[in-house]
Design a protein around this ligand. Structure first.
Ligand SMILES: *Cc1c(COP(=O)(O)O)cnc(C)c1O
Length: 357
């Protein structure tokens, strides 16, 4: 199966498995796992932060950040298409008693300063308003096709946040993809946020884990929240070892981006596919089907029959994600499979005299 549903399907490489087998470990809840410490130090260094904390998942890293920043009843300003708002089971309000203030998401994944300002309480001193407490940004933006947010935009939001005394958390599940795409160091993106998290388990290819970064004081608070949420993992050097390999090999993500561009160009050339290849900047390709093409659920099933797994993103959108497990030949096979499925559907449509709608 050519697995394009997600970059979370990557399998640990031989180097990762060897590093995991040989990892020196200890009890990380006591701060005594040397491999976890090395991973946290390396991650902090790469993101230009004082400290870092390994978590089991990106969802938990985001929740640790939110609960560390927001007092009960505080407002969380986040994108209405963000992972934090849509795909994390409402954790900020369930566990943190925070109030979500969803802000319209731009086509490039950005939140405009005007919309952020409109989400602030009109009169911060009026006791009837929930106080704004945190701004969350997503980089790259998953539901906006992996678009990266650049340092200029991030600096603008940081300035706005400072003006209003608000911290900024960066959900950088794919922060290294953003850095590779923009040709900047990850620290150049993370430095405009007060905390950031990235996933080791997506394009970076490790089997498990995310890392949360920030100031030493912030990470001390986050470690307490992590323990409360059940994320204190003991001999987690076994997974940190794979993460360290991932952090040595991240420039490899450029290959995934080239594969996504190739896939986008191939799909965009097919009749019945609606896709703007210029919008594909990292490893995510989002497209729609039109005309005589089968419905998206049928299309996914027919592609699966031909050995290609795609994901549905809701509202008729389809998602294909490239990663280390997808080769150039796989991309070409996926495009050929889509061409064949669409060809057959068009032929059937003509034969039955169906009107394209
Ligand atoms: C995957 C993802 C997360 C959550 O990470 P998990 O490790 O799956 O919990 C958070 N934010 C974004 C943008 C993601 O793509």
């Amino acid at each position: 199966m050519i697995e394009l549903r997600s970059d979370t399907f990557t399998l640990p490489t031989a180097r990762m498995r060897a590093a995991m087998a040989d990892a020196e470990v200890g009890n990380d809840v006591y701060g005594e796992d040397p491999t976890v410490r090395r991973l946290e130090e390396r991650a902090a260094e790469l993101l230009g932060a004082e400290a870092a904390c390994l978590t089991p998942t990106g969802t938990m890293a985001n929740l640790c950040a939110i609960l560390s920043w927001i007092p009960r009843g505080g407002k969380l300003l986040c994108g209405d298409e963000s992972d934090i708002y849509l795909h994390e089971a409402g954790g900020a309000s369930v566990c943190g008693s925070a109030v979500y203030a969803p802000v319209p998401t731009g086509a490039d994944g950005s939140l405009s300063i005007g919309d952020l300002a409109a989400a602030l309480p009109e009169d911060p001193d009026d006791p009837e308003f929930a106080p704004a407490a945190l701004i969350c940004l997503e980089n790259t933006h998953n539901r906006r096709g992996g678009r990266p947010l650049g340092p200029g935009y991030l600096a603008g939001v940081a300035g706005f946040a400072r003006e209003h005394g608000l911290p900024v958390h960066l959900d950088g599940a794919r922060l290294f993809n953003a850095a590779v795409s923009l040709g900047v160091a990850p620290a150049e993106l993370a430095r405009h946020a007060d905390s950031a998290q990235f996933c080791l388990s997506k394009g970076l290819g490790a089997p498990v884990g995310s890392v949360l970064t920030g100031s030493a004081a912030f990470i001390r608070r986050a470690r307490r929240v992590r323990k409360m949420l059940g994320g204190g993992m003991r001999q987690s050097g076994v997974v940190a070892a794979a993460g360290l390999v991932a952090l040595a090999e991240w420039p490899r993500l450029a290959e995934d981006h080239a594969h996504a561009a190739r896939l986008a160009a191939g799909l965009a050339g097919l009749p019945g596919v609606e896709l703007d290849p210029a919008a594909v900047r990292t490893n995510i390709v989002i497209f729609r089907l039109t005309g005589t093409a089968p419905g998206h659920e049928r299309f996914i099933a027919l592609m699966r029959d031909r050995g290609v797994a795609l994901a549905e993103l809701g509202r008729g959108r389809l998602r294909a994600v490239t990663h280390a497990g997808v080769s150039t030949a796989d991309v070409d096979r996926a495009v050929a499979a889509a061409a064949a499925v669409l060809d057959e559907a068009a032929a059937r449509g003509t034969a039955s005299g169906a009107v394209a709608r």
